[in-house]
Design a binder for this molecule. Structure first.
Ligand SMILES: [Zn+2]
Length: 249
């Protein structure tokens, strides 16, 4: 790590000034900014939300179809009970029919039987349709369960990945902040204060002088200012964008 070398150099008696250290701080700040902008972690978070919503939808659909199945099963049970009691009535009517000699009674019984049997047929037809519908619903229920489980599995995997990414990022941020603090302690407060002030306004406080060009704004720097910037015991700013200039030499 360059800044450790700086400290080492200091111990070895090599002249190292605040501006070098401040530049290390600015590089750490850039790195921290990049981490914050990390698209991978944001994309993963969005994907996780999508999977979660999809899973919830499947779950709701599954619960709904389960309720519908129960309702239909009850309906079938009730209709079968109706058919059973109708059959009993038919049996009783038939007994009355065979034991009666009265034409009037026979006629009434026959009419009753006709109606009851039609009723039974209609109800049996209905049960048959219910059963078909029930089978289809059960197939659909299994499909939903399978899809829901698949989504849940993807969600869990993604969540694990997300937690891993998040831990990595937090670890990186922690290490960088520790480094930053170590370096900052060695810099004159007035340098740090000026740097922070500019950074708060512009988003970055210090830029490398790239040949004769400020790497912050991309504009040529006059020669006199470049000479000033080479003196690392003081702060020299870019006359165009106002950030602290750093000459790497
Ligand atoms: Zn500039």
């Amino acid at each position: 790590m360059p800044f450790f070398i700086n400290f080492l150099n200091k111990e070895l008696g090599v002249m190292l000034v605040d501006l070098d250290l401040l530049f290390e701080v600015s590089r750490i700040d850039e790195e921290l900014k990049d981490i914050e902008k990390d698209k991978n972690i944001k994309a993963t978070a969005i994907k996780i939300r999508y999977y979660k919503e999809t899973y919830e939808n499947y779950k709701n659909e599954y619960n709904q179809i389960n309720r519908n199945i129960k309702e239909l099963e009850n309906l079938i049970k009730d209709t079968l009970k109706d058919i059973e009691s109708l059959n009993k009535e038919v049996k009783e009517a038939e007994e009355r029919l065979y034991s009666s000699n009265s034409l009037k009674t026979i006629d009434a019984c026959q009419k009753l039987l006709e109606n009851k049997k039609a009723d039974i047929n209609e109800k049996e037809e209905r049960v048959y349709n219910y059963m078909e519908k029930l089978d289809a619903m059960k197939v659909e229920k299994e499909k939903l369960l399978k899809k829901g489980n698949e989504v849940k599995e993807s969600y869990n995997l993604l969540r694990e990945e997300y937690m891993r990414l998040l831990n990595d990022v937090n670890e990186r941020i922690k290490i960088l902040n520790e480094k930053r603090e170590l370096i900052t302690e060695k810099i004159m407060p007035v340098f740090i204060e000026e740097y922070e002030r500019i950074k708060n306004i512009k988003g970055y406080g210090m830029c490398l002088l790239n040949g004769e060009i400020c790497s912050g704004c991309g504009i040529d720097i006059p020669t006199a200012i470049i000479s000033d910037a080479k003196d690392k015991r003081k702060i020299t700013k870019c006359p165009h964008c106002g950030v602290i200039l750093y000459v790497n030499e």
